[in-house]
Design a protein. Structure first.
Lengths: 293, 293
């Protein structure tokens, strides 16, 4: 029996659910609207936004991408966000990272109206998540990992969870989600990072190991407790002379050697990746539902 | 040599620093102002607010207490907070817990202007703390524990920290403070709680053990690694036939048996308790400094 967690299939379940919510909103005369803002011509950003637009269209979400030149000032970007905040046809606003260096990312995220912050990056939503207030938006990647775990039947209550990495996008909100009291959480969470003394020791005692530190194939077989659930959030580009592009993508987990040890494991690609878009569009449906109330 | 962390002495250092900041603000024509709101006649709240008022006066902070009858509606309380938010003479607003049952505490905390939220309970400040944004207010009790640790020379970088309890007032923000990258933090933090399988096992591996779950004398000697730093945040009233009142206060740590094992330990009372007021008044000075900029 395969021990793979099929992120594509679970993402598809969520897309189907979101599609139904969108249809039901449309029956009430509400078309969920999602704006993407892209600054400059980063090729990866173009691809990501393109994928998100395509999936939005499939589910019946109206989306548009506002492309700004890379020389756009922070003030002009904030002004555009202010306009979109005030425009009721847009329920969600997503500012695609990375931004040019002269623009402060935190300032930008904090300028999106919390009720339209479908990325879950606004400090108000970060605070609500930490406080256990279900009213806020959950960041898409850790929210997606949570859905993967729950829908794969992983028992989180009482589980020893080790989160590798303490980034604001994945590690910290992941810990916030899992340490809450209640069903599908209530885990004992340790956040392990570059300052941790015995990283391998912590990993080895984890029932659920979530790797999100951005180090290629960091998690080896001898760092995983037999039967543990291993989730690989990493997306790292490494040199590969045999590839046409000269590089290939690898995760934070040395998949080939870890898979035989793990109880369940996400492939990469095909694990966490597809969940991020699924959660984004679910958040957008929710934003429209809240606005339409 | 004593292994006691003297919370009273460290709180006094902070009060002295705050007093200097207040004097400097007054030289610029700014008198820091702090409003306490008390709803109903809870005797403990009267005592707490009285202590805070007295210490404010000693440091030159102008304070006033608005006492509302216990039948006050949530709407009326929110309206009063709204007025105080808009009144520039008040730099800090503190709503004393507990509130009557018909008033939702989270709604009230979220109504205080974040720039006047010297308690650090507003979700925006909770989010900033989690994100590592030093611009927000840190809740007084975990902020006070952090100061105790730093000023006692405890090496937090790389330390294994176990926080017992995941409350919104102490446990969660304590974890947020210590897991950040950077000096006087960078600890490996595990949050242990009622859903944790092996509480004692986690406690025994802690270099720094912070007890904040509200269970009388929960932490016993055999749960503490020899030489560990033990911080007792608990305040529990237990029956005591020999006491005049019939009760006495105890912490979350069985002090008498743990002290010989610990490297450093807070007495209780006289440990964390005095720090909470010290941090509140330091936050108030900061609020006035920010407003005066």
């Amino acid at each position: 029996m395969s021990n793979l967690i099929d992120g594509r299939a679970i993402a598809q379940q969520i897309h189907t659910e979101t599609g139904r919510r969108v249809a039901s909103l449309k029956d009430r005369g509400i078309t969920p609207g999602l704006v993407f803002i892209r600054v400059g011509e980063d090729p990866a950003s173009q691809v990501y936004v393109g994928m998100k637009e395509k999936k939005s269209a499939e589910l019946g979400i109206r989306s548009v991408t506002r492309v700004l030149p890379s020389a756009t000032s922070e003030a002009d970007l904030l002004a555009l966000i202010g306009q979109l905040n005030a425009d009721p046809q847009w329920h969600g606003i997503l500012v695609q990272a990375p931004l040019p260096r002269h623009i402060d990312q935190s300032t930008v995220y904090a300028h999106v109206a919390p009720s339209k912050d479908v990325d879950g990056f606004h400090p108000l939503n970060v605070g609500k998540l930490m406080l256990g207030d279900a009213d806020g938006f959950i960041p898409c990647t850790p929210g997606g990992v949570h859905e993967l775990l729950v829908r794969s039947g992983v028992k989180l209550e009482g589980a020893e969870v080790v989160v590798l990495g303490r980034g604001n996008i994945v590690g910290k909100p992941m810990a916030s989600i899992l340490l809450q009291k209640g069903k599908n959480a209530n885990s004992t969470v340790t956040v392990v990072h570059s300052g941790t003394r015995d990283v391998a020791g912590h990993c080895r005692r984890a029932d659920v190991l979530i790797a999100a530190m951005g180090v290629p194939e960091f998690v080896k077989a001898d760092m995983v407790k037999p039967g543990a659930v291993v989730i690989d959030v990493g997306v790292n580009r490494v040199p590969d002379a045999s590839a046409k592009s000269g590089t290939r993508l690898v995760g934070d987990v040395a998949f080939a050697e870890v898979q035989p040890v793990a109880g369940l494991i996400t492939p990469n690609p095909g694990g966490v990746g597809p969940m991020t878009i699924a959660m984004l569009l679910a958040n957008t449906a929710r934003a429209a539902e809240s606005a339409g109330r």
